[in-house]
Design a protein around this ligand. Structure first.
Ligand SMILES: Cc1ncc(COP(=O)(O)O)c(C=O)c1O
Length: 396
C-alpha cells in the first residue's frame, strides 16, 4: 500500500481545534494555514480506518474495556519497535498524557513541592505543575548553535534540593526536536534516581523519528530502578488519533499503581476507554507499521524541504537539528521581534498560524514552532508567505 500524503485532508467542519481555533474567528475561511496544534493534516492509516468502519458496523457502542488483546498489541509494539518489555498489568489507561501528568503530580507530590522540567518544553507541563499548586523548577536546556543539550550540572544541583520531588522528561523533546542519545539518558537518569526523584518520562513522540535515529525508553536503561520511573506513551501522536483519547501510562511500582487506582479509578471514576479508541489503537499497533514508515519518509522530506527553503530564502533563520517529532523549531531572533510579536506577525502578515516559541518558556522568545505534518504543498505555501512577510520587514 502506498499512501498519498500530498492529498489534502479537509478537516473543516469536524470541530478540529487546529482549524477552528486559529487566531481570530473565521481564520480558516480567510485561508490561514494552520501549522500549530500537534496533530496531522494527513490521511490516517488504512487499517485504522477499516477497524473503525468495522466497529461502526456493530451498531452498539456500550461500555468497553481496555482488554487483553489491546494490551498484547501495545506490548508487542513496544517489543518490536524498542526492544522494551512491559507487563500487561503495568499498563494503565488514561484519556491523554496531559491529564495523566495531572494525576501523577497529585499522587506523587504535595502542594509547594518542586517539579523539575527542561525548558523550552511542551507548555502544558507548566500548566499542570502550577495548576496543582506545585513549583516549576526549570533545568533549562542549553542551546549551542541551534542544537540543544541538557545542563547536567544544573540538574544535579536542583535534584539535590530536597524540596524538589519529581522531574518530567520530554523524550523525544517537544519543541526542540532532540531524540536523547543513550548516554544523555543514562546521565540524566543517574542524577535523578540517585537524588531520590521520581521521573515521569513523556515519550509520546517515540515513534516519530528521522531516518537512522533510534529512541531508547528511559526505563529500559534502568531495569533495577524502574519502579521510580513512570513512562507515558500513546498511539495518538503517532497515528493521528488524538481525538479518540487513549494513552498508556506504564507504572511499575505497586504502591504508585495502588494510588493511581484509588485516585483515577476510584475518586475520578476514569477507567474505561472509548469504544472507537480501542478499535483504532489495536489496529494501529497490530497493522500500522507500514503506514508509519511511509509517514516518516514523508516527514523527512518535509524537513529537508524546510531546511532547503530556509537556506535559500531566509538564511538568517536557523532550524534546530530535528531528530524526532514532526515539529520544527526555528530561530527568528535575527529579526528582533519584541516579546509575543512573532506569532502574531505570522498570523496577520503571512496568514500562517504557528506557535510562538515563548509559550514553551522564556528561552523560546524569538523562535517559532512549525508543525510539518501537512501536505508539502501547504508547507511550501506557508513558507512562501512567511518569507515574503519577513522580507518586507527587513532583518535587523
Ligand atoms: C510532549 C507531549 N506530551 C503530551 C502531548 C499530548 O498529550 P495528550 O495525550 O493529553 O493529548 C503532546 C502533544 O503535543 C506532547 O507534545
Amino acid at each position: 500500500m502506498s499512501y498519498d500524503f500530498d492529498r489534502p485532508v479537509d478537516r473543516r467542519g469536524t470541530g478540529s481545534i487546529k482549524w477552528e481555533r486559529m487566531g481570530a474567528p473565521g481564520a480558516a475561511e480567510r485561508g490561514v494555514i494552520p501549522l500549530w496544534v500537534a496533530d496531522m493534516d494527513l490521511p490516517s492509516a488504512a487499517p485504522i480506518l477499516e477497524a473503525l468502519r468495522a466497529r461502526l458496523e456493530k451498531d452498539a457502542f456500550g461500555y468497553t474495556e481496555y482488554g487483553e488483546e489491546l494490551r498484547e498489541a501495545a506490548r508487542s509494539w513496544y517489543r518490536r519497535r524498542f526492544g522494551w518489555e512491559v507487563a500487561s498489568g503495568d499498563i494503565f489507561y488514561s484519556p491523554g498524557i496531559v491529564p495523566a501528568l495531572g494525576f501523577l503530580i497529585d499522587i506523587l507530590t504535595e502542594p509547594g513541592d518542586g517539579v523539575i522540567v527542561q525548558r523550552p518544553v511542551y507548555h502544558p507541563f507548566a500548566n499542570m505543575i502550577e495548576g496543582h499548586g506545585r513549583r516549576l523548577v526549570d533545568n533549562a536546556l542549553v542551546e549551542e548553535d541551534g542544537r540543544y543539550r541538557m545542563d547536567l550540572d544544573d540538574l544535579r544541583a536542583k535534584a539535590a534540593d530536597p524540596r524538589n520531588k519529581l522531574v518530567i522528561l520530554c523524550s523525544p523533546h517537544n519543541p526542540v526536536g532532540r531524540v536523547w542519545a543513550e548516554e544523555e539518558l543514562r546521565a540524566f537518569g543517574r542524577i535523578c534516581l540517585d537524588a531520590g526523584l521520581v521521573v515521569l518520562s513523556d515519550e509520546i513522540h517515540h515513534d516519530i523519528l528521522r531516518r537512522g535515529v533510534a529512541h531508547r525508553p528511559l526505563e529500559a536503561l534502568f531495569p533495577e530502578e524502574r519502579p521510580r520511573i513512570v513512562t507515558m506513551t500513546a498511539p495518538s501522536k503517532t497515528f493521528n488519533i488524538a481525538g479518540l483519547q487513549l494513552s498508556n501510562v506504564v507504572i511499575r511500582d505497586p504502591e504508585i499503581q495502588k494510588r493511581w487506582k484509588e485516585l483515577v479509578h476510584g475518586r475520578l471514576g476514569l477507567e474505561l476507554p472509548n469504544a472507537f479508541a480501542v478499535a483504532a489503537a489495536r489496529a494501529a499497533w497490530e497493522s500500522g507499521e507500514a503506514w508509519l514508515e511511509e509517514l516518516k519518509a514523508y516527514l523527512d522530506g518535509n524537513f529537508a524541504y524546510l531546511a532547503g527553503f530556509l537556506e535559500k530564502r531566509l538564511p538568517r533563520a536557523r532550524l534546530s537539528p530535528a531528530e524526532g517529532t514532526y515539529l520544527a523549531w526555528v530561530d527568528f531572533r535575527a529579526w528582533g521581534f519584541r516579546r509575543g510579536e512573532l506569532a502574531a506577525f505570522a498570523l496577520e502578515e503571512a496568514r500562517v498560524c504557528v506557535n510562538d516559541g515563548a509559550i514553551f518558556g522564556p528561552q523560546g522568545e524569538g523562535f517559532l514552532r512549525l508543525n510539518l505534518a501537512c501536505p508539502r504543498t501547504a508547507l511550501a505555501e506557508a513558507l512562501e508567505r512567511l518569507a515574503a512577510a519577513l522580507e518586507r520587514r527587513r532583518a535587523t
